[in-house]
Design a protein around this ligand. Structure first.
Ligand code: FAD
Ligand code: 2HG
Ligand code: ZN
Length: 490
């Protein structure tokens, strides 16, 4: 997908990067590795990975990537860009799934990978302060050594940056336990396009002194400024963690199991994830791993408990298992017996996105729907595409599979339509039908991945005109020249 696919024209108000600009940035940032230059005679091939997203679905044409190392450097970079009217795309680990982290035309990529220092950690309060470019898994390992846990976990943890997580308001696998970043992030440091450093790096739990402006940066996808550091509340690392994986006969059974898990496991429940049979078939095919259960089922769930007392947790989990199996709510199940099995079971859930990525293209819909109808969207989408002649058993049909999985505990479904290759007819059959379906149920067209470029035209399905106008006013206030991540959702 390039600008042509979206029918977007380059905005002539933005300047083009010149050799003089490159010279300025090279002298400002000093180090050779801080500037990837595709403009001057020194141009290298290394620029392509910054132009293309994790899925290799969205592709831009940047000719300059900057990797500042400090907040002061970011400030000078943005001030210069703002004065020269050079458009900018903030980029962290580039694992976003809506094309927000790559340029559309020749916007300059400002990548946070060299801003990767932990600034402080307070053992008593559990507050971590770290640069935006710290990789999520690195932050979590640092905390693990100190008996704490990063309150967010997701399949891209080995590459995504905490600044990117905050900028997308990532949800992840344990939101039902640790809550949203809107609650756990205590403070932020960010740079506005005019170079102003917004120092709101509070480490306080409570601070009711006017508007909570940091919240605007959480989930705004790089459209009002660049987040340079994060202060976040990290809970003690649970000492006892268990994982169970179930097969179930219907979505009604899944809902019953969820209610029982909430009631019986209550404070130790840390994840309740849903996977349909087709999604597990794809993981099986791509990894070659043996299924965790003997039989095959239309639905699977992964339940995790996290607590401080292994004996107490196991007693609760065993009572729960006995109940759901005795009542026929769950058809079959397995409990991880050691760390290897624990990781292996999680892979059946976390590995779905990667398995899909090996198959061709994927149309992704990341939606919030009231729980009772969560899976109906997958059924309806599958029926629609089948009736329209797009789904079938052999290679002549463009759609390979319509799969559903997600964060059951957060009412967040991931509907993924896997295609042999991207196909306009299939896309037209799904969009805007899928958004209308969600709007009718007062759902959200983006539960956690954001809008980026993929959903730039569809914000109106989840936000009314007043809200969109307020967003535009805020955008105008923070970024009057519109240089921050242009052409995306705002
Ligand atoms: P990028 O992809 O680099 O950027 C994402 C957006 O944030 C872009 O708009 C970019 O401009 C902006 N941005 C990045 N850094 C900054 C900054 N410092 N300041 C301002 N703006 C910035 N998401 C979930 O919510 N839950 C999941 O469970 C989940 N699982 C995933 C699993 C896989 C395998 C993959 C590939 C992705 C998954 N995601 C998930 C998508 C998710 O949005 C990202 O993984 C992550 O939050 C993005 O971080 P990043 O550093 O890669 O950001
Ligand atoms: C997940 O929950 C991620 O695994 C990715 O949010 C979902 O690939 C997707 O659609
Ligand atoms: Zn998700």
């Amino acid at each position: 997908y390039t600008s042509e696919a979206y029918n977007i024209q380059r905005d002539p108000k933005f300047a083009e990067v010149t050799a003089d600009d490159v010279a300025f940035f090279k002298s400002l940032l000093g180090s050779e590795s801080a500037v990837v230059d595709g403009v001057t005679a020194d141009a290298t091939d290394d620029i392509e990975p910054f132009n293309s997203d994790w899925m290799r679905k969205y592709r831009g044409h940047t000719r300059l990537v900057l990797k500042p190392q400090s907040t002061e450097e970011v400030s000078k970079v943005l001030k210069y860009c703002n004065e020269r009217k050079l458009a900018v795309v903030p980029q962290g680990g580039n694992t976003g799934l809506v094309g927000g982290s790559v340029p559309v035309f020749d916007e300059i990529v400002v990548n946070t990978s060299r801003m990767n220092q932990i600034r402080s950690f307070d053992q008593a309060s559990g507050v971590l302060v770290a640069d935006a470019g710290v990789i999520l898994e690195t932050a979590d390992s640092y905390l693990a050594e100190r008996g704490h846990l990063f309150p967010l976990d997701l399949g891209a943890k080995g590459s995504c940056h905490i600044g990117g997580n905050v900028s997308t308001n990532a949800g992840g696998l344990r939101l039902l336990r640790y809550g949203s970043l809107h609650g756990t992030v205590l403070g932020l440091e960010a740079v506005l396009p005019d170079g102003t450093i917004v120092d709101s790096l509070s480490t306080l739990r409570k601070n009711n002194t006017g508007y909570d402006l940091k919240q605007l940066f959480i989930g705004s996808e790089g459209t009002i400024g660049l987040v340079t550091a994060v202060s976040i509340l990290c809970p003690p690392r649970p000492r006892a963690v268990n994982v169970a994986y179930f097969g179930l006969e219907s979505f009604e059974h899944v809902q019953k199991a969820y209610l029982e898990a909430k009631n019986q496991l209550s404070e130790i429940l840390s994840a309740f994830e849903l996977m349909d049979g087709r999604s597990q078939g794809l993981v099986h095919t791509s990894t070659g791993n043996k299924y965790p259960l003997e039989g095959e089922y239309p639905f699977y769930c992964l339940i995790e408990t996290s607590g401080s007392n292994a004996e107490h947790d196991m007693a609760k989990l065993e009572a729960f298992l006995e109940h759901v199996m005795g009542e026929g709510i769950v058809a079959d199940g397995v409990l991880a017996q050691d760390e290897t099995q624990f990781q292996a079971l999680w892979r059946w859930r976390e590995g779905i996105t990667e398995s899909l990525s090996h198959l061709g293209g994927t149309y992704k819909y990341d939606v919030s729907i009231p729980l009772a109808e969560l899976y109906q969207l997958v059924e309806d989408c599958n029926s629609r595409l089948t009736e329209m002649g797009f789904v079938g058993d052999d290679d002549s049909f463009p759609v390979r599979a319509v799969v559903g999985y997600g964060h059951m505990g957060d009412s967040n479904l991931h509907l993924n339509v896997s295609v042999r290759q991207y196909n306009k007819e299939v896309e037209k059959a799904i969009e805007p039908w899928v958004y209308e379906w969600i709007q009718k149920r007062n759902g959200s067209i983006s539960a956690e991945h954001g809008l980026g470029i993929a959903k730039r035209q569809y914000i109106g399905y989840s936000q009314n005109e007043t809200m969109v106008n307020l967003m535009k006013q805020l955008k105008g206030l923070y970024d009057p020249n519109g240089i921050m991540n242009p052409y995306k959702y705002i």
